[in-house]
Design a protein around this ligand. Structure first.
Ligand SMILES: Cc1cc2nc3c(=O)[nH]c(=O)nc-3n(C[C@H](O)[C@H](O)[C@H](O)COP(=O)(O)O)c2cc1C
Length: 358
């Protein structure tokens, strides 16, 4: 379906300190093409700048520490060499008129000791189900994580602040705190993975709040977004009262004047219900809402008409560098090549074709 040029999806919107030229956001996507030291590859500048027509690019999840870098060949942002490697990426996006937030995370128990150099850490000593990748790309069962001591948790929150400062030094317009998809912040939020009896168990949002304090202190609230995924069971996430848990998480964001709340509706097949609850969370938080998960142009436009600020596209942006133009024209989309999501160098990365201009 072709959308009119004046469709709300193509209108500008202000999120914190930035103004998006349209409401199509590129969702964060891990591409696993960095090196073993978490150094982003130069080709990432081409990949991301090809997609700079997006109103905002949110980068792949980037680790705040080695302890939080639980997958092989994902990028980091804790040392100078990593910052240097990200600079050409931010520059290339800006040179094409785009904006970008770096997504920052700590993988917690979603890790293998061969990658993080120690037993993976978590709120509680509860292993996720299934297998994960080791440093040599072998599949092995998840290890039993070590429960973090009360004293060491503020240090991890502080590392998010350092990472945010580094992201700004690398040239990014802000950061997205990755509180979704079963990584450390999500592990703290839910009672399936957080069975602590200290302050971090009594208030499962305490770690999120400390991360927010640290990141806001480092770069200012208007440059900070937060991503949550209430319904995503990925990485063995469970909770006995999901709605109450996420209302509390939204309350933890309230009054902080962040740039946005980003909600992934994955796992909830009922889009109207997911949008309504997400809007409720955004209202509690007092923030503009970015929604994501399975959208096409028409559904995204309808979401904007409902008061959602922007819609993030994952796989459609991965496979279509010119997604904005294609949605505008109602053009067909390239088929994604699943085999090259996490491997393949330039194949499936920078070689998806754009529409012929003729
Ligand atoms: C290859 C791939 C990597 C992903 N990596 C991340 C990530 O690093 N951080 C994150 O928050 N979500 C990640 N996701 C989830 C996407 O951001 C998005 O939520 C998901 O693809 C659903 O949106 P879509 O239906 O528009 O593709 C990833 C998804 C894919 C396909």
């Amino acid at each position: 379906m072709q959308l009119s040029e004046t469709a709300p999806l193509f209108s500008t919107v202000k999120l914190g300190s930035i103004e998006l030229k349209n409401r199509l956001v590129m969702a964060p996507m891990t591409r696993s093409r960095a090196d073993a030291d978490g150094i982003q590859i130069p080709l990432a500048a081409t990949y991301y700048s090809q997609r700079a027509d997006a109103g905002l690019i949110i980068t792949e999840a980037t680790a705040v520490t080695k302890q939080g870098s639980g997958y092989p060949v994902i990028p980091g942002i804790w040392n100078d060499a990593q910052v240097e490697a990200w600079k050409p990426v931010a520059d290339a996006i800006h040179a094409k008129g785009g904006l970008a937030f770096l997504q920052i995370f700590h993988t917690g128990r979603i890790a293998h000791s061969t990658l993080v150099g120690e037993t993976p850490v978590a709120p509680s000593a509860i292993a996720p189900n299934g297998e994960t990748m080791t440093a040599t790309f072998a599949q092995e069962s998840f290890e039993l994580p070590r429960a973090l001591s009360t004293e060491e948790i503020p240090g991890i929150a502080a590392a998010f602040g350092v990472a945010a400062k580094n992201a700004i030094a690398a040239g990014f317009d802000g950061v997205e705190i990755h509180g979704a998809n079963g990584y450390l912040i999500d592990q703290f939020l839910r009672d399936g993975s957080n069975q602590r009896t200290d302050a971090y168990g009594e208030d499962r949002t305490l770690f999120l709040k400390q991360v927010l304090d640290s990141v806001i202190g480092a770069i200012g609230a208007e440059k900070v977004g937060v991503r949550l995924s209430p319904w995503t069971p990925f990485n063995s996430m469970t909770d006995s009262d999901l709605e109450a848990t996420f209302r509390k998480a939204a309350t933890a964001l309230a009054g902080r004047r962040l740039a946005y709340l980003h909600i992934l509706n994955g796992g909830n097949d009922n889009r109207p219900a997911a949008e309504s609850f997400s809007l409720e969370l955004a209202e509690i938080a007092g923030l503009p809402l970015i929604i994501n998960g399975g959208y096409d142009g028409a559904a995204a436009n309808a979401a904007i008409e409902k008061g959602i600020a922007a819609v993030a596209f994952g796989i459609p942006f991965l496979a279509n560098p010119d997604l904005v133009k294609r949605i505008e024209k109602g053009a067909e989309l390239n088929a994604p090549d699943f085999a090259t999501f996490y491997v393949g160098g330039e194949k499936g990365y920078t070689d998806y074709p754009e529409l012929a201009t003729a």
